[in-house]
Design a protein around this ligand. Structure first.
Ligand code: NAP
Length: 280
């Protein structure tokens, strides 16, 4: 019988996860199907019960449910609990267990480029759900310094505040304190600014930011080069988009659902790229 997998979020229509996972099942000759479900927050609890009744093997979670879903799970992996966000849920003998593969996706995408976070001076723009996985990865390595920029400091989640209180190398800052002449080794955009279709905007001008070896990382993968990355590339520095992070978090989820499979990153990447060409 076909194994069932899904994605819950709101909205989900533009997600490429169904394409990525269904293509993986085809390559792996796994009899499985992955589908997206647009779930409103008020229907979250019932949706999880429905997926369990239908014997789903697992599902991914995206905006706006990554934190609220934790209230409806039977168990939560230690790291996902520390991050305070779940992006992958596994059906372990009728029990929903939550995990987070976003933070590993980020670390592995850096590793693919031969990079590590250790002892880097890092700045992160934005403090939403995705930023939590990035900040968690930075604390774990650990980086040398971490500055998190917010347009509304009073709105910053207590999760970030607790980290800034605990670790002297973590600072929360408003954009008034952002300086273009800076010495960050890695500048990371976790805001949606620059994402298709509003591509003519960037959280900061990167052309003159940082130093000769600053690396620019944008979580956005559509378009493949945001204005944030373009500024870095045109001024001769290294840039990385969010595609590999997306692929690695997806592979992480697949491995949790089907521990015996061997996923090839290259065909997953090719499948996703083929699809993105139609979008951009
Ligand atoms: P989110 O929870 O909505 O967080 C977005 C953050 O950006 C918030 O801190 C928000 O600040 C800030 N922001 C939005 N507009 C801004 C503006 N005009 N100026 C300054 N800050 C602004 O979203 P998310 O889940 O973290 O996702 C963020 C981005 O990452 C999206 O583009 C998403 O597609 C991408 N993403 C990529 C991957 C991947 O695997 N590559 C994974 C997850 C997410 P306020 O709170 O002040 O609004």
């Amino acid at each position: 019988m076909e194994e069932l997998f899904g994605l819950i979020g709101h909205p989900v229509e533009h997600s490429i996860s169904p394409l990525m996972h269904n293509a993986a099942f085809e390559h792996l000759k796994v009899s499985g199907h992955y589908m997206g479900f647009d779930i409103l927050p008020e229907n979250l609890k019932e949706s999880l019960l429905a997926l369990k009744l239908l014997n789903f093997k697992g599902f991914n979670v995206t905006i706006p449910h990554k934190t609220s879903v934790m209230n409806h799970l039977d168990d939560i992996d230690e790291k996902a609990f520390e991050i305070g966000a779940v992006n992958t849920v596994v059906n372990h003998q009728g029990k929903w267990v939550g995990y987070n593969t976003d933070w590993q996706g980020f670390i592995l995408s850096l590793k693919t480029e031969g990079l590590s976070l250790k002892n880097k001076k890092v700045c992160v723009f934005g403090h939403g759900g995705a930023a939590k996985a990035i900040v968690y990865a930075c604390i774990n390595e650990p980086v040398k310094s971490l500055e998190i920029f917010s347009r509304r400091l009073e709105k910053v989640d207590s999760w970030f505040r607790a980290l800034a209180d605990k670790h002297a190398f973590v600072e929360l800052k408003s954009y008034d304190h952002y300086e273009e002449k800076n010495n960050y080794d890695l500048m990371i955009n976790t805001t949606p600014l620059g994402m298709f279709p509003e591509t003519n905007i960037s959280i900061v001008d990167t052309a003159l930011a940082g130093h000769d070896h600053t690396i620019f990382f944008d979580l956005i993968y559509n378009p493949s080069e945001t204005l944030f990355l373009k500024g870095g590339r045109e001024s001769g520095r290294k840039t990385i988009n969010g595609l590999d992070m997306l692929i690695y978090q997806g592979i992480g989820a697949l491995k949790l659902w089907l521990p015996d499979i061997e996923v090839n990153r290259h065909w997953t990447r090719d499948d996703v790229l083929k699809h993105l060409k139609h979008l951009v």
